[in-house]
Design a protein around this ligand. Structure first.
Ligand SMILES: [Ca+2]
Length: 249
């Protein structure tokens, strides 16, 4: 190895072990449907897509952030809606344990086809440059999938230092990184999907007032605002959504 390669390798090595500690800085507060058991959140072409869960109450909605959705479709029981990600004209809509993923028209949200999905569906996002989907299943694992067939093409275990990070939930692909909510916590992690290493731990606590939290109201829902360094963040049954930046803690 020449000196330049050695320096570069050493930088990569230290980068994988250095974890940034960040917090959320709130830039704006938007209304959010407090009946929405939020499971997926993503922005594409100025539209905010939100998927909600619970059998008999699941839906996908699309519209301007903070406004009443323009389009909304219900998911019939027993289906339990989970993550959502847009691929252009279509989107993928996962279900939790129904062993099926639904492809929808991104404009009308009409169902186009169903594809077998034998794993638990939790979060999903598209790494456009890598031409792959990244999915979570509540474990410490991220799975990579073909964006047409959903066939598995690889996986990585997410670790923080040497410890696996479990309960990875809603996802967001941004540049080369993957952001994940950690279920039952106010924490979001930024992951290098090449190694599974957590590169940043983001403290998103304190967004809701104590009197706004009801049972099951956990942070879930992270959507990058395209063309900015900002994110929309919300949670299950949260009355508000927040436009935030991640800044040093
Ligand atoms: Ca997302």
């Amino acid at each position: 190895m020449d000196r330049a390669s050695a320096v570069s390798a050493s930088r990569r090595q230290s980068a994988t072990h250095r974890i940034e500690h960040l917090r959320v800085k709130v830039l704006a507060t938007l209304p959010h449907d407090r009946r929405a058991f939020t499971q997926g959140l993503e922005m594409a072409s100025g539209t905010l897509y939100e998927s909600t869960g619970i059998s008999g109450r699941s839906s996908v909605r699309a519209g301007l952030p903070g406004r009443k959705p323009n389009v909304r479709v219900a998911l019939r029981a027993p289906l339990f809606g989970e993550g959502v990600t847009v691929l252009g004209r279509t989107l993928w809509h996962l279900t939790w344990r129904n062993r099926v993923a639904i492809e929808r028209d991104a404009r009308t949200l009409a169902e186009l086809r169903r594809v077998p999905y034998p794993d638990e569906g939790w979060g999903v996002c598209l790494q456009r440059d890598r031409h792959r989907l990244v999915t979570s299943d509540g474990s410490s694992r991220l799975t990579f999938r073909d964006p047409r067939t959903l066939a598995k093409t690889g996986e990585v275990t997410v670790t923080e230092g040497t410890r696996p990070v479990t309960e990875l939930n809603e996802l967001e692909c941004v540049g080369g990184a993957v952001y994940a909510n950690v279920l039952f916590s106010d924490r979001i992690v930024r992951i290098d999907p090449a190694t599974g290493a957590v590169t940043a731990s983001i403290d998103a606590s304190g967004l809701l007032h104590d009197d706004e939290t009801v049972g099951g109201a956990v942070l879930n829902g992270i959507a990058a605002v395209p063309g900015t360094d900002q994110f929309l963040v919300t949670g299950k049954f949260w009355p508000r959504m927040f436009r935030v930046e991640f800044v040093p803690a």
